[in-house]
Design a protein around this ligand. Structure first.
Ligand SMILES: C[S@@+](CC[C@H](N)C(=O)[O-])C[C@H]1O[C@@H](n2cnc3c(N)ncnc32)[C@H](O)[C@@H]1O
Length: 259
């Protein structure tokens, strides 16, 4: 597997941090996935691909519903975490190590492709969408859930980009709902809905710890927070609660369907 610099950074970062993404992580709460699945009509045992599965919260939830799930990730230790969690929960999933930008599957293989809180790491969102459209069956579904920013909020987006880059240098870029919609449309995926919902980042120190942020970069993020522009303060509701720095991330849920 030949990786570009962005993919390599993500692979190294998540290989190091794989044990921080288990049950105690806020991503273990899959209520966003549950809500999205209410709008997606799947056969009883759908073929599902969960791209950049991390510790597998999304893929394992789908497996618990009886679907045949392939959990894919760049970082082998993450796939170890998925297999451990599957065993613990009495679930069966297939695990595959590959990048989100190129899939080792035949065209029209899956009924559903998911990717949650990961596409902001992808070096080429366009290749990811092209591959997703290719491996979906006609009428198949795509569910993307990721951190995002509202359209036309360049200053706030740039601020969050800086924060994320210092916290976790493998962060690549947040895309707006409009940018994702354009990519989907360009590759034959009809967007059914694209909605932003704020999700709480409950404690900056915990957030640093999950990514293993260096002390130097923690300082830089604190400076960015102290000097945040009004647009970012308002957009992300920056606050301090009981001594903890909190903010609200816009999380995008986009549902699309292959024509
Ligand atoms: C925050 S975790 C994903 C969370 C998970 N999807 C969930 O629902 O809990 C991000 C994952 O993206 C993976 N990743 C980052 N860039 C990738 C890429 N280009 N291709 C495949 N996986 C990637 C990382 O290895 C990491 O495991």
């Amino acid at each position: 597997m030949k990786l570009d610099a962005v993919q390599q950074a993500a692979q190294e970062q998540f290989a190091r941090q794989s044990r921080n993404y288990g049950r105690s992580h806020i991503l273990a709460d899959v209520s966003d996935v549950v809500a999205a699945l209410e709008k997606i009509a799947l056969p009883p045992r759908a073929q599902v691909l969960d791209v950049a599965t991390g510790a597998g919260h999304t893929g394992l939830h789908l497996a618990s519903l009886g679907h045949a799930v392939t959990c894919a990730d760049l970082a082998a230790p993450m796939l170890d975490r998925v297999r451990e969690a599957a065993l613990e929960r009495g679930l069966t999933v297939e695990t595959r190590q590959h990048a989100a930008e190129e899939f080792p599957y035949a065209a029209a293989t899956f009924d559903l492709v998911t990717s949650r809180i990961a596409p902001h790491h992808f070096s080429s969102p366009e290749s990811f969408i092209r591959e997703t459209a290719r491996v979906l069956r006609p009428g198949g579904w795509f569910l993307l859930i990721d951190g995002s920013v509202p359209d036309d909020q360049e200053e706030a987006e740039e601020w969050l980009h800086q924060v994320e880059k210092y916290r976790d240098p493998s962060h690549h870029r947040l895309l707006t709902p409009r940018a994702w919609t354009q990519l989907c449309t360009a590759h034959g995926l009809e967007v059914q809905s694209a909605a932003l919902r704020p999700m709480k980042q409950p404690d900056l120190e915990w957030y640093f710890d999950t990514a293993g942020t260096t002390p130097e970069n923690r300082g830089k993020v604190r400076d960015l927070i102290a000097n945040a522009p009004a647009s970012a303060r308002a957009e992300f509701r920056l606050a301090e609660e009981e001594g903890k720095v909190t903010w609200w991330w816009p999380r995008l849920t986009l549902i699309a369907r292959r024509a």
